[in-house]
Design a protein around this ligand. Structure first.
Ligand code: COA
Length: 148
């Protein structure tokens, strides 16, 4: 049985180490404010994502499903879990940066939105703060939003 729940401090460290071995960003993570959630198959972490709620919207980032578990609906389940967290905070907009998986997010109801809009909507998200400090990377990004 697969369970999705918040990652403990120890589980966060395991996710952080995993991120360093795959081509995904980790320098933009703030351990205190990037709230990691993970999917578990028994004790194994098989997928994860971060959630960064801001005043007027939230960010979903670092979405990853282990290759052996892909194409079975887990990515979608993690996104829906983060959407629920967004609603629970009384927020209505969920943003994501994605240059590689835009088609996946569009299939789940996200629409492309200008990067500037995302930066203005969730300026205190650690990922946005990092991008603002690294405009060279920001210029290459694509963002999506979903009204949840
Ligand atoms: C993107 C990712 C999270 C998808 O996980 P997954 O568990 O395979 O996704 P799901 O099984 O829930 O797929 C849901 C639907 O999206 C589709 N889909 C999956 N990846 C897709 C992609 N890159 N582009 C378009 N559609 C995609 C699936 O075919 C499925 O559609 P279906 O129900 O009609 O078959 C996974 O491939 C991954 O970890 N990739 C590497 C990291 C990454 O790119 N993360 C996103 C950046 S933040």
């Amino acid at each position: 049985m697969i369970e999705i729940r918040p990652a403990s401090a120890v589980e966060f460290l395991a996710i952080f180490e995993r991120l360093k071995t795959i081509p995904m960003q980790w320098a933009d993570i703030d351990p205190a404010r990037s709230l990691f959630h993970a999917a578990f198959d028994r004790d194994s972490i098989i997928g994860f994502s971060r959630f960064e709620p801001d005043e007027h919207g939230a960010l979903l980032g670092s979405l990853y499903v282990e290759p052996a578990y892909r194409k079975a609906g887990l990515g979608q389940a993690i996104v829906e879990y983060i959407e629920e967290l967004t609603c629970q905070r009384g927020l209505m907009q969920l943003f994501v940066f994605s240059t590689e998986a835009g088609g996946f997010f569009q299939r789940l109801g996200f629409v492309e939105t200008p990067v500037e809009v995302t930066v203005q909507a969730i300026p205190h998200s650690p990922q946005v703060e990092w991008y603002v400090q690294h405009p060279h990377y920001l210029a290459e990004e694509v963002t999506y939003v979903k009204h949840v």
